[in-house]
Design a protein around this ligand. Structure first.
Ligand code: GRF
Length: 212
């Protein structure tokens, strides 16, 4: 009786400790899948609160369904590169309802404005495919290849009002091999993104990094 009680209490404690992750994405969702896999195999003590996308038929929403995670398409509104005010309010509401502790931008192709960021101060993380501050912006692996650097990589950072700026939480270097194409380089960077994103979330879940 006493043992069962103790077990119940410790389960309740570990449940409350779980980091609740919100995910925003527009594309394939391979980073989301790496996070979901790590949760499922028990290496990441967290749960996915919700996956939101601005693209109705995106891979990330399909993968969320496969992993049994709550997911939702929210119409981004009338702009091409940002959310309009109504959409921004809907994204905020949905993240709030899911009680997320941290939000991961896993290939979300819109700029988040101050309104969203103020709702979740220092709690929005981005995965970027270069060693910032080098090569911010789109297709960063292509920029690195075209520039001719010998080493690039990926970065996980806290999102601020700038484009791919904000405090860096972790980076992983990837060497550019002779004969690398844009595709081969991107594939190797993405493998490291998956590892790095999970690593940073594990450290957040274990309170080894404090944000917010
Ligand atoms: C990643 O390469 C990330 O660096 C960038 O968007 C891409 C998303 O890929 N921000 P996926 O949708 O996670 O496969």
């Amino acid at each position: 009786m006493f043992d069962n009680g103790a077990l119940l209490v410790s389960r309740a404690v570990s449940e409350t400790k779980k980091l609740v992750i919100g995910v925003l994405g527009s594309g394939r969702g391979s980073n989301f899948a790496a996070i979901a896999d790590a949760i499922e195999n028990g290496s990441l003590n967290a749960q996915v609160g919700i996956v939101l996308s601005d693209v109705e038929d995106s891979g990330i929403l399909q993968r969320a369904a496969t992993h049994g995670c709550r997911h939702q398409f929210i119409d981004p509104g009338k702009f091409r590169t940002k959310l309009d005010d109504e959409a921004e309010a809907a994204y905020i509401r949905s993240m709030r309802e899911a009680k997320v502790d941290v939000i991961v931008l896993a290939g979300f192709m819109r700029i988040l404005k101050g309104g969203f960021l103020r709702e979740f101060p220092n709690r929005v993380l981005n995965i970027h495919p270069s060693l910032l501050p080098s090569f911010p912006g789109l297709a960063a692996w292509k920029q690195a290849l075209e520039y001719g650097v010998k080493v690039t990589g990926c970065t996980v950072h806290i999102v601020d009002q700038g484009i791919d700026t904000g405090p860096i939480l972790g980076q992983q270097a990837v060497a550019i091999a002779p004969g690398d194409t844009s595709e081969s380089l991107h594939t190797r960077i993405q493998e490291q993104e998956h590892r790095l994103a999970v690593e940073i979330l594990k450290r957040l879940a274990a309170d080894e990094i404090q944000i917010g």
